[in-house]
Design a protein around this ligand. Structure first.
Ligand SMILES: [Zn+2]
Length: 83
């Protein structure tokens, strides 16, 4: 018995739940797009684009320095065998 799966492209949802969780079209949505000659990439969230991902690294990162308490914690938590 086949299970009926409903894809709602205008709401970006599918009964499988993947588009709602991943913010990108699932296999069902891609089939719907292909059948209707729609570019499924327009339903992919912008955070998955290369431009967006590379923009994360445009921020200047400052050197991290541990506070005295943190250095003490690290020293007491991790021991190194130097022999
Ligand atoms: Zn689906």
């Amino acid at each position: 018995m086949e299970k009926l799966i409903i894809v709602r492209m205008n709401q970006r949802t599918c009964d499988c739940g993947k588009p709602q969780k991943l913010h990108m079209p699932c296999a069902h949505a891609i089939i719907v797009c292909k059948h209707n000659n729609i570019d499924y990439l327009q339903y992919v969230c912008l955070v998955y684009t290369l431009d967006y991902m590379s923009s994360v690294y445009k921020v200047n990162f400052s050197k991290w320095t541990a506070s005295n308490e943190c250095q003490l914690f690290l020293r007491n938590t991790f021991t190194y065998n130097t022999s």
